[in-house]
Design a protein around this ligand. Structure first.
Ligand code: FAD
Length: 408
C-alpha cells in the first residue's frame, strides 16, 4: 500500500486528505502540523472569532471523529525538519523519519515581523495568523483598561482586526506606510470607500505613516513614525504581510520563485512531490501568468487538483481567483486579478446604502470585480470574466439599467 504524506494541516492540507479518500486513494494518509490545535478555519480569526468568546472547537475544519472515520493519521505538534528526496523520506522534530510515495507541501505562510527598532521588547505586540495569536489578543484586550490599539498595516487583516476590536470597544488607530490603504490589491476608489467606512465607525486610519521605532513603557508603548508623530498603544497588532514557508522546499532543492513552483497539476519540480495553497507559485491559465494567492478558495481548488492527480487521474488547474472580507456591516467579494488594469468603473445600486461594485478593465477586457454588499455583481462579474463576453460600459455604470450577462 502506498503512503501519501501531507505537511501542513490547514485549509489546503486537510481538504486534500479528505479529497484523496473521495478519489479512492486506499493507501496511508499521514497529515502533519506543528500547530497543536485540531485544524480550524482561519478567516474567522480576525472576524467573528476575535469578537466572540468561543473556543476554537467551534471553528474546526473537521471533527476529530472525521479523521478517524476516513483513516487519516493526523499528527499534531510535530514539525517536519527536512526532506530527503533520494530516500523519499522526511525527518520530524520528534526524532523519527517517515517514508513517502507521494509528498505534499501545504506549508502556507507566516506573518512578517518588520525590522522596527524596539519591536522585540514591545508590550502586548501580536501578529494574527493562528488561534493562539487571537486568544492572546483577546486576553490582552480584555485585561487592558484603556484599550488603545494601534494596528501597523492597512491590508485586509489589519482592517478586519480594526473593525473587530472597535466593535469590542477599543480605541483603534491604523498606521499605513503607503499613501492609501489596500494599495497593493485595489484601486484608489476602493481604498477611499474603506477609509471612509472606518472613519464613520470612529477608527482612525492614517496613511504615509512609516513606523520606525517602538518604545515600551511600564505596560504600554509609544510608537514613533518617520515623520516624528507618536502614538500610545496598550496593544499593537502587526499586519504587514506574510513570508511563504518554503524553507523545506528550498533545502530539498525544489524550484522556487515567489513560492514553491508548481505546474498545472500542482506538481513541483520533483514528480513525487506536490505543493498546494498559500505556499505555491502557480500558473493561472486565464491570466496567462504565474501567481501566488493567499485565499481559502485557492487552497481548496489546488487540493482538489492534487487529490485527483495523486490518485492517478487527470485534472488541470484553471480557476478564477476569489476572495472575501467582512468589515462592520460590509461584505466585500473580489473576483479576478486587477493587476494591469487601466480603467475602473464604479456601479452604485440605487435604494441601498453601501451597495456598489468596482469593475477593473484593461481596455475592453474585464480583469476583476470588487463587489461591496452586492452578491449579484460578484456572480455576474465572475461570469463575464470567465466568458470574456463584451461589456457595454455605459450600461454598466447606469444604475437605472438592469445589467447582467447575456446567458443569464
Ligand atoms: P496555512 O493556513 O498557512 O497552513 C499551513 C500549515 O502548515 C500551518 O498550520 C503550519 O503550522 C503548517 N506547517 C508549515 N510548515 C510546517 C512544518 N515544517 N512542519 C509541520 N507543519 C508545518 N482567505 C480568504 O479567502 N478569505 C478571508 O476572509 C480570509 N481571511 C483571513 C483572515 C486571517 C486572520 C488570516 C490569517 C488569513 C485569512 N485568509 C482569508 C487567508 C487564508 O486563511 C489562507 O489563504 C489559508 O489559510 C491558506 O491555507 P494553507 O493551508 O495554504 O496554509
Amino acid at each position: 500500500n502506498k503512503t501519501c504524506v501531507i505537511i501542513g494541516a490547514s485549509h489546503a492540507g486537510v481538504n486534500l486528505a479528505f479529497y484523496l479518500r473521495n478519489e479512492g486513494w486506499e493507501g496511508k494518509i499521514i497529515l502533519i502540523d506543528s500547530d497543536p490545535t485540531l485544524p480550524y478555519h482561519r478567516p474567522p480569526l480576525s472576524k467573528a472569532y476575535l469578537t466572540s468568546n468561543d473556543s476554537i472547537e467551534k471553528n474546526l475544519l473537521k471533527s476529530a471523529e472525521n479523521y478517524k472515520v476516513e483513516n487519516i493519521d493526523l499528527q499534531l505538534n510535530v514539525r517536519v525538519l527536512s526532506i530527503d528526496r533520494a530516500k523519499q523520506s522526511i525527518t520530524l522534530n520528534n526524532g523519527s523519519t517517515q517514508n513517502y510515495d507521494k509528498l505534499v507541501l501545504a506549508t502556507g505562510a507566516r506573518p512578517i515581523i518588520p525590522p522596527i527598532q524596539g519591536i522585540k521588547n514591545a508590550n502586548n505586540l501580536f501578529t494574527l495568523r493562528t488561534a493562539k495569536d487571537v486568544n492572546n489578543i483577546r486576553t490582552a484586550f480584555n485585561t487592558s483598561k484603556t484599550k488603545r490599539v494601534v494596528i501597523i498595516g492597512g491590508g485586509y487583516i489589519g482592517l478586519e482586526t480594526a473593525a473587530s476590536l472597535k466593535k469590542l470597544g477599543g480605541q483603534v488607530v491604523v498606521l499605513e506606510r503607503e499613501d492609501r490603504i489596500l494599495k497593493r490589491v485595489t484601486a484608489p476608489e476602493m481604498s477611499t470607500f474603506f477609509m471612509e467606512l472606518h472613519n464613520k465607525n470612529n477608527v482612525s486610519i492614517l496613511t504615509n505613516k512609516n513606523v520606525v521605532s517602538i518604545e515600551p513603557n511600564a505596560q504600554s508603548n509609544t510608537i514613533v513614525c518617520a515623520d516624528g508623530s507618536k502614538f500610545d498603544a496598550d496593544i499593537i497588532i502587526v499586519g504587514v504581510g506574510i513570508h511563504v514557508n518554503l524553507e523545506l522546499a528550498l533545502e530539498a532543492g525544489l524550484s522556487i520563485e515567489n513560492g514553491i513552483k508548481v505546474n498545472y497539476t500542482t506538481q513541483t519540480s520533483d514528480e513525487n512531490i506536490y505543493a498546494i495553497g498559500d505556499c505555491t507559485f502557480h500558473y493561472n491559465p486565464h491570466y496567462k501568468r504565474n501567481i501566488r494567492l493567499e485565499s481559502v478558495q485557492n487552497a481548496l481548488d489546488q487540493a482538489k487538483i492534487a487529490a485527483t492527480c495523486i490518485s492517478g487521474k487527470e485534472a488541470v488547474y484553471n480557476s478564477i481567483p476569489w476572495f472575501w472580507s467582512d468589515q462592520y456591516n460590509v461584505k466585500l467579494q473580489m473576483v479576478g486579478l486587477s493587476t494591469g488594469y487601466n480603467q475602473v468603473l464604479t456601479r452604485t445600486e440605487t435604494g441601498a446604502e453601501n451597495k456598489l461594485s468596482f469593475w477593473y478593465f484593461k481596455d475592453d477586457e474585464l480583469l476583476a470585480v470588487d463587489a461591496v454588499n452586492n452578491a449579484k455583481a460578484y456572480v455576474y462579474g465572475t461570469k463575464f470574466i470567465k466568458s470574456g463576453e463584451k461589456i457595454d460600459k455605459n450600461k454598466l455604470v447606469d444604475s437605472s439599467v438592469i445589467f447582467k450577462p447575456v446567458n443569464l
